[in-house]
Design a protein around this ligand. Structure first.
Ligand SMILES: Cc1cc2nc3c(=O)[nH]c(=O)nc-3n(C[C@H](O)[C@H](O)[C@H](O)COP(=O)(O)O)c2cc1C
Length: 306
């Protein structure tokens, strides 16, 4: 019912772990695979280790969280070992490496060093709280996005390239088209919204050490859905929908809007890793009860209702 084959990956269900949540160590990613995720996206990493920002880096808000982890990661050498350790799960649970950099060379270099251990790359050109030159500095600009994607595509021939987009732009379809024209095999929409701010009402101090951070969780779902819906009408490559998915009803909305695959981030903090089994169970039941034979029948359904 939920099986699909996309980008050469044979998937038992469409629900992936989103980048940055439980994706830092091989053991936590294996745990998420055992919990029933259809696939895994690692925490973003680059060539060099990055300490990120000082604590506090995450604060709960109504309907989600604000984070400024700042792309903290151990660098490609350490990450390679984690990825090798994941080889044993890859036949059942494909692994996508989320990578970042500040130039075409850095993206291609990280990808070259790790391409033997992953099923696809997700280029993070969309982090709203990355240091200048990284993250959404790239993904807000169609030319820069195009150049980075086409350079990685030139260098990495046999591993699919997915590009993760920021919603913090005037027209996300312009960036989506630039990525598709550059050869992207799929797109992930969306990275966190904002940045936003929370202030401690007792001390008047911003709560996050970095002051600002990216907003995620159920409160961003309408924005994420809009991005998927509009992009589905613009490009011909598969879309990963992410942003506030917590129940099978949220998953259905993203599939109807045009996402072929889905990712779950913040809701794991609230529901635990069982969220993968709960949503796949409820989604299968819904499809069966409504006479569908396969999840593919409902992808983009909202666009075809006349
Ligand atoms: C604590 C935290 C860390 C994150 N780290 C990354 C990251 O390393 N790379 C990335 O592309 N997105 C990162 N994200 C964004 C998520 O992958 C996702 O796009 C976003 O949170 C929206 O999905 P959600 O509402 O299900 O959390 C992070 C989000 C959170 C909350």
């Amino acid at each position: 019912m939920l099986e699909q084959e996309i980008l050469g990956m044979k998937l038992s269900n469409p629900l992936f772990l989103a980048a940055g949540i439980l994706g830092t160590t091989a053991s936590s990613m294996k745990m998420v695979a055992r919990a029933g995720a259809g696939g895994i996206v690692t925490k973003s990493f680059s060539i060099e280790a990055n300490d990120g920002y000082d604590n506090p880096t995450i604060v709960k808000i109504e309907g989600g969280v604000i984070n400024s982890v700042g792309l903290a990661s151990p660098g490609v050498e350490a990450k390679k070992e984690e990825l090798k350790d994941l080889n044993e799960i890859r036949d059942k649970t494909p692994v996508i490496a989320s990578i970042y950099g500040d130039s075409e060379e850095v993206f291609s270099d990280v990808a070259n060093q790790t391409k033997d251990y992953v099923d696809a790359f997700e280029l993070n050109v969309s982090c709203p709280h990355a240091k200048c030159g990284f993250g959404s500095n790239i993904g807000e600009n169609p030319e820069l996005t195009h150049d980075i994607v086409s350079s990685v595509k030139d260098n990495i021939k046999d591993v699919p390239i997915i590009v993760k987009l920021t919603p913090n732009v005037t027209d996300i379809t312009e960036i989506a088209k630039a990525a598709e024209d550059a050869g992207a095999d799929a797109l992930t929409l969306i990275n966190s919204v904002g940045p936003g701010l929370r202030i401690d009402y007792k001390t008047a101090r911003p709560i996050l050490n970095n002051v600002f951070g990216g907003i995620a969780g159920p409160m961003i779902k309408p924005i994420a859905l809009k991005c998927v819906y509009k992009t589905y009408e613009t490009v011909d490559i598969p879309l990963f929908g992410v942003g506030g998915i917590r129940t099978y009803k949220d998953a259905l909305e993203f599939l109807y809007a045009g996402a072929s695959l889905l990712q779950i981030g913040t809701s794991i903090m609230y529901e635990g890793p069982e969220i993968f089994k709960n949503i796949t169970h409820d989604l299968s039941n819904f499809l069966e009860e409504n006479g569908y034979k396969n999840v593919e029948e409902i992808i983009g359904l909202s666009h075809n209702l006349g």
